[in-house]
Design a protein around this ligand. Structure first.
Ligand SMILES: Cc1ncc(COP(=O)(O)O)c(C=O)c1O
Length: 356
């Protein structure tokens, strides 16, 4: 390789974002204490801010989105209970089966259009009380929906689901890893979403650019129980204010800029949609993700990803012939242009290879 430094355009996920200078400063100066003793003032401040922003009583800083979902599952249902879960949900696909292995719950999958479960499908899945049936306890949704490409479950759809939950005495939980993306995209306050659920989580470490952390939000009682579960899972952290300090900056400064990521995702989607052999469902491009289909190229996913990598662009493979690109704070308009032309030249190269 020559001397010129190669700038890698990393579109695999928004989790690759690095902390801002302001976050690093805040971490350096954070007032700290032992959070397992409840003595870290910076953690407390973040938790209060998060609860306030979400319109709930209390919040809990946890290590990751996976841990947030797990402690929430453990405290919204009891072992052996049934959980209605969207069939493509992160909890089901990517969290190591913790829902069953650790929380002891039975997932009941419901397929949904672009990730938004139809309340009638939940209604239809709820069976009358019977000695044979597991006890239904909880409905989980994901917003934005990762595997559908960052799609939004709109507040009115959430309200309809919450009515089903209420009618049947079920809890309603939202994996809101990227809920601020949804709120910014629809230009509404995040409470328009959160008011419909009993509790939720959101991630600091994704599009909000923090190095670590997620937050569970709900009633005081729920959060106290979740705090105990977090400890059991090994998530009791001591001077966790170094994580919370970055989280505070994120809540104050990093939300409004998500609009830029959404514009970039749209540019990227429209750009690659014009390339022969690439299929994009533009209706599914609603926030900071672009899912696209490469089946018409007739090449293996490994080869396609490798060729893009040779052109300094990193993407994720989601399923066979199905890729994902995610925009985030490290990606600017210029990177979008470069990424589109990298896809274009890789596709041309692959087409010409096939013709010889
Ligand atoms: C929707 C959703 N939920 C939960 C998670 C889990 O977060 P973590 O990777 O912090 O465990 C992710 C991660 O990508 C996600 O996209």
């Amino acid at each position: 390789m020559g001397m010129a430094s190669r700038e890698i355009i990393d579109l695999r996920s928004d989790t690759v974002t690095l902390p801002t200078e302001e976050m690093l400063e805040a971490i350096r100066h954070a007032e700290l204490g032992d959070d397992v003793y409840g003595e870290d003032p910076t953690v407390k401040r973040l938790e209060e801010m998060a609860a306030e922003k979400m319109g709930k009583e209390a919040a809990l800083l946890v290590t990751s989105g996976t841990q947030a979902n797990l402690v929430s599952l453990m405290n919204n249902a009891k072992r052996g209970d049934l959980v209605f879960l969207e069939a493509e949900s992160h909890i089901y696909w990517y969290e190591g089966g913790g829902i069953s292995a650790i929380a002891g719950l039975l997932p009941w999958l419901i397929k949904a259009h672009l990730g938004a479960i139809d309340p009638e499908d939940i209604e239809a899945a709820i069976r009358p009380k019977n000695i044979h049936f597991p006890e239904p306890a909880l409905i989980c949704i994901e917003n934005t929906h990762n595997r559908y490409g960052g799609t939004i479950v709109a507040p009115r759809q959430m309200q309809a689901i919450s009515e089903v939950a209420r009618r049947h005495g079920l809890k309603f939980y939202m994996d809101g890893a990227r809920i601020f993306n949804a709120a910014v995209a629809l230009k509404v306050d995040v409470k328009e979403f959160t008011k419909h659920v009993d509790n939720l989580m959101f991630c600091l470490s994704k599009s909000l650019s923090c190095p670590v952390g997620s937050v569970v939000v709900g009633t005081q009682q729920f959060i106290e129980k979740a705090r105990k579960s977090r400890k059991v899972l090994g998530g009791g952290m001591r001077q966790a204010g170094i994580i919370a300090a970055a989280g505070i900056v994120a809540l104050e400064k990093m939300i409004d800029r998500l609009e830029e990521d959404h514009k970039n995702a749209r540019r990227l989607a429209e750009g690659i949609a014009k390339i022969d052999g690439i299929k994009v469902d533009l209706a599914a491009v609603q926030t900071n993700m672009v899912r696209f289909d490469t089946s018409n190229l007739g090449v293996s996913d490994e080869l396609f990803v490798l060729k893009l990598k040779e052109n300094n662009v990193l993407v994720s493979t989601m399923d066979k012939n199905s890729m994902r690109m995610v925009t985030h704070r490290g990606i600017e308009k210029i990177h979008i242009e470069k990424a589109i032309s990298a896809v274009d030249s890789v596709v041309k190269e692959l087409h010409s290879d096939k013709q010889v």
